[in-house]
Design a protein around this ligand. Structure first.
Ligand code: GUN
Length: 283
């Protein structure tokens, strides 16, 4: 069996065109949705992600501004920038690109973002609302994955989903979202013993490990759905996921590629959250 490849690029393109229509409607009412991205330092991966976000905003007509701050920026200075954005009525969404330099307390910065502008869905209020099943802003990567399931009619109800990785950005929120759609979810992580024994039983595997080609054919059972959240640059300079795509695609029923899989959907959902924030404010 060769898997159906879930086309994140095509799906994101579709999303962008829906979002553009909503932006046009807002603009007709004299409202310009705005996103501020804060980038501290010059980590190459973060710089490239931020450029992608800027470009995507431009394509749909969202006003975007990137605050590029030196890596020596103090926590207090960064908090002041966030406060200014919190108060700026032209800003509907604030995204502080992670990771931050070691001398800055990441959680303190996230906590300082106005929850009404938390388009990343990382603020404790957004997280808490997700946990109790009354979600506001959903974190973009897990949200994008749920949209992929929906677009490809992949049902979660009663199915066993195994998540590898327990990060705040992906592992924890995707497990909650899949539970909300009635999946039975198992969380695995770096200390899990007999990992393959879990993934072999899964109908759905979500790999958010951060290790290139970690999930090989012997991890998955025939017909399972495999979602690859990893973006790893290997020595050759090539981008690869956490899944060995060539091997696993021969076994799975559906698989996401890297690149052109989950990545573009993450950005599309950021645009969605930003427009939703502007729509909500406009009433
Ligand atoms: N770093 C890696 N992914 C993300 C993300 O989704 N949001 C932010 N703010 N930083 C990230």
């Amino acid at each position: 069996m060769t898997a159906t490849i879930i086309d994140g690029n095509q799906l994101a393109e579709q999303k962008r065109s829906e979002i553009k229509k909503r932006v046009d409607e807002l603009r007709q009412r004299g409202i310009e949705p705005g996103l501020t991205v804060v980038l501290v330092g010059n980590d190459p991966a973060s710089t490239s992600y931020v450029r992608g976000k800027e470009k995507a905003c431009k394509a749909v007509g969202i006003r975007s501004e990137v605050l590029r701050l030196p890596k020596e920026t103090s926590e207090e200075e960064l908090l002041n920038h966030v406060r200014r954005c919190n108060e700026d009525p032209r800003v509907d969404g604030i995204l502080v690109q992670l990771p931050l330099p070691d001398h800055i307390n990441e959680q303190r910065v996230i906590n300082s973002i106005n929850p009404d502008k938390d388009v990343d869905g990382f603020h404790p209020i957004s997280v808490g609302n997700l946990v109790i099943g009354n979600p506001g802003f959903l974190p973009c990567t897990p949200y994008g994955i749920m949209e992929m399931f929906r677009a490809y009619d992949i049902s979660l109800s009663g199915r066993h989903a195994v998540v590898i990785g327990r990060s705040n950005i992906v592992g924890k929120p995707i497990s909650l979202l899949m539970q909300r759609e009635h999946a039975t979810v198992t969380m695995c992580h770096s200390r899990t013993k007999h990992l393959k024994a879990f993934t072999k039983q899964a109908d759905i595997v979500v790999a958010a490990v951060g290790r290139p080609r970690f999930v090989t054919a012997d991890f998955v059972s025939p017909g399972s759905v495999v979602i690859d959240v990893g973006i790893n640059r290997v020595e050759s300079g090539k981008l690869v996921g956490d899944v060995d795509f060539e091997e696993v695609k021969e076994i799975a029923s559906y698989i996401t590629p890297v690149p052109k899989g989950v990545g573009p959907m993450t950005i599309a959902m950021l645009l969605h959250n930003t427009v939703w924030s502007a729509e909500r404010k406009a009433g």
